[in-house]
Design a binder for this molecule. Sequence first.
Ligand code: ADP
Ligand code: MG
Length: 261
Amino acid sequence: LEEQFRQAQKMESIGTLAGGIAHDFNNILSAILGYGDLALEDMAEDHPARKSVQTMIEAGMRASHLTKDLLLFSRKQVSQKEAVDINQIIGRIEKFIRRIIGEDILCQTHLAKESLVIHADSHQMDQVLMNFATNARDAMPGGGVFSITTERIRIDQDFIDLHGFGIPGPYARITVADTGKGMNPQTVAKIFDPFFTTKEMGKGTGLGLAVVYGIIKQHQGHIEVTSTPGKCTVLTVYLPLLAADPHDHRDTIGLEQPRGG
Ligand code: ADP
Ligand code: MG
C-alpha cells in the first residue's frame, strides 16, 4: 500500500510539472511542423534539402507524440464513463491496432461470446489497447504474434487470496500477449513507473504503461504482467463488469477500495 501511495504521489508531482511544459511545448511544435510542411510544399521533388526537411518533420512528430503522452498523463483524467461493451471497443479499434503493429506481426483476437459491459471511458480504453499494441510492436522487430483475448470470469474469495485484489463478483479479463523479446524481472518491476523506458532516445517516453496503470485504477480494475525473456509477455487486465440489473450497479456499492496484496 505504501508503495502504491508513493507511486501515486510521484505521478501527481511529475504530472503537474509535465503538463505545464507539455502545453507550451506543443504550441512551439505546431509552429515547427506547420512551417516544415509549408517548406516541403514549396520545394521541388528533387530539391537537395528535401530529405533533411522531411527528417526534421519526422523528429518533430515524435516530439509531438511525446508531448501528447505527457498531456494525457498529466491531465486530471476526468473520465467520461458510460456502459460500454469491451468486445465492441476492441472490434472498433482492431483495424487501428493492426495498423500499429504492422504486417509482419499476426494479430489475433479471441473475444468472449457474451458481451462484457463495463462502466468505462471508451477513449481511455482505446488508449490502453493502443499502448499495449505499440509496446508489442516494439518487442517484435522481427515479427511474431499479438493476441487479445477477452473472457467473463467470476472473482471469488480464493481468487482474491491468490491475486491480492478485487471484490467478489463478475469481471472482464482482457489478456494481451505477444511473442516478443520479453523482460527480465528487474524490468517487469519498473514498467508502470512514469518515464521508465528501455527504448532509445526519441523512441520511447516511458509513459505508456504509467498512463495505462492510472486508467485501470480509475476503473476499479487491476493489471498484472508476466514475461519470459526472449519469449513472450502477457498483460492481464481485470475490470469489474456492470451487473445486468441496472439497479445493481457495482460502483454504487463502492468498488474503490480493492484489497491490497
Ligand atoms: P515506452 O514504450 O515509451 O518505453 P511504456 O511505459 O509503454 O514506455 O513501457 C515501459 C517499458 O516496459 C518499455 O520500455 C519496455 O522495456 C517494457 N515493455 C512494455 N511492454 C513490453 C512488451 N510487450 N514486451 C517487452 N517489453 C515491454
Ligand atoms: Mg509504450
